[in-house]
Design a protein around this ligand. Sequence first.
Ligand SMILES: Nc1ncnc2c1ncn2[C@@H]1O[C@H](COP(=O)(O)OP(=O)(O)O)[C@@H](O)[C@H]1O
Ligand SMILES: [Mg+2]
Length: 218
Amino acid sequence: MTILEFRKVSFSNEGQRILHNISVQMEAGDFISVVGPSGSGKSTFLKLCCHLLSPSDGDILFRGKSVNEYNPTDLRKSIAYCFQTPYLFGSTVRDNINFPFSIRSIKPDQNRINELFSIFQMATGYLEKNVKNLSGGEKQRIALIRSLLFKPELLLLDEITSALDTENTQIVENVIKALNKEGITILWITHNPEQSRKYANKLLTIEAGEIKSLEVLP
Ligand SMILES: Nc1ncnc2c1ncn2[C@@H]1O[C@H](COP(=O)(O)OP(=O)(O)O)[C@@H](O)[C@H]1O
Ligand SMILES: [Mg+2]
């Protein structure tokens, strides 16, 4: 089943053509690595996938229906996006971790929170830390935990391991691989050629705002 489809999508900003005539289908359960040079349009592509940006031309369909037809909050619950530069708000880590519960009007599930902190080998003491005092890698993992408290159908990851050491990169890779095994569709931008082929079943290469290839991996 196709979970997300781009039909002749272009995106321009202030007269600059950033993506041109992108047509691609992503199947439910896919693990797609997205690669390409800096500035080729990868992050823009991911922002279009979750309707953070709207196409200048063409259509994007989630489960066969235009993303325009979804309520933005509902779409955000189905499609989670982890930014290249993690965005944390409020003052403490807990403010961020409680957010996915509050938009669903439910009480924070401390067991689920503890489970995720333990998977990422982070002490729950982090919950009381000020977000200003976290390192880039810590912010990255908190943003990831925030996205995973409720499992999305489609998980978009933008170079999320660039600020992590080898050990934490391995932890994150294992978590993402396990989520994909559970059926969550993954779209992962990575600069690391080895990482791009390790777990993915497809490799999407974007160059100069166009799809150069979509390779099916062995
Ligand atoms: N909001 C924006 N306004 C204008 N130009 C942008 C905007 N976002 C990205 N760009 C430009 O679009 C191109 C693609 O950017 P991006 O999608 O971030 O590429 P990548 O993630 O592959 O490095 C770059 O030339 C960048 O400068
Ligand atoms: Mg980028």
